[in-house]
Design a protein around this ligand. Sequence first.
Ligand code: PLP
Length: 370
Amino acid sequence: MQEKILVTRSSMPSLDEYVHEIESLWDSHWLTNMGAKHELLREELKKYLKVDAIDLLTNGHMALELVLQILNMPKGGEVITTPFTFASTTHAIVRNGLVPVFCDINPDTYTIDASKIESLITDNTVAIVPVHVYGNICDIEKIDEIAKRHHLKVVYDAAHAFGETYNDRGIGSFGDASIFSFHATKVFNTIEGGAVCTKDKALIDKMFVVKDFGILDQERVTEVGPNAKMNEFCAAMGLCNLRHLDEEIEKRKKVVGKYRNLLSSIPGIKICNIQDGVKSNYSYLPIVVDEKIYGKTRDDLYEYLDENGVGARKYFYPLTCDFECFDNQFNCYELPVARFISERVLTLPLYADLPVETVEMICRLIGDFS
Ligand SMILES: *Cc1c(COP(=O)(O)O)cnc(C)c1O
């Protein structure tokens, strides 16, 4: 019996390369608290991501939660966002005492439908938190224009968009801030890790303090913050992975090309196109199953692939607004597109070293099952 094909597989450097990278830690005995690796990775990522300022954190979630804390929005303020995302986005809003207001998504990019944002703005609206879903980017110009006109903050959840550019600008350079995730399953990983990027250098200075319990110096604690610092072993993993990243993305591109080629001839299976002006990172391969044409539902296909040793993922399903923990306390009625996509989307296995034959086998299964 063949081993199950998982939806993703973490990129790793050779063991030798990693051991070489961490060797200096046995001399310095400096394991965390913004050490040499942390600072070097920060420099390198600033260049790679084409951003003005960046700080590194334990994970992407803390980056988002703490940016929202630092922007200091009044408790109970409304934040326009989408429910078609990972739990983290909505949780970061709620854990800051803010109220998520769910906007529907665009049927082609699965990102926030910018044409529906304005009707959701009230006197209590304080911010917009859009998500660059699967590396598809939001309608940045329109969101920017709306935010300026209504004096709202914009924080992008760019967890899926690491390394992408839009019209040659780093994707992390838009809005008031953007956050990235360096979780093991993402295109670029530091095992666990994340970052915040912004033009606002003062925000980064504050993040440096907030992520370390708000400790400014030995005698002054100026913020109420958690511990969300990236340690040296994670930063070292990042330094290694960054050296191979362009190559990894090239390999992903080939895998995605193969999928596109083979899936495009299967009726009822939709794949989204790469947007104009976007340099993609090929992070995910979502398909949307139209059961009326395909003849089987997404859930049928999910089960069938699973029985055949292929681990696809219903990502994102359910919508975050439907999570039990929210107990229907947030308004989530007008979300026809998000509901439609969430009930039909399936992300297929995708990672740099996924063999072509495996892609062919998966596509054959999908084709035969209809
Ligand atoms: C992965 C992810 C996060 C959270 O990142 P972590 O590093 O796992 O904390 C947030 N938002 C989205 C859309 C993600 O995919």
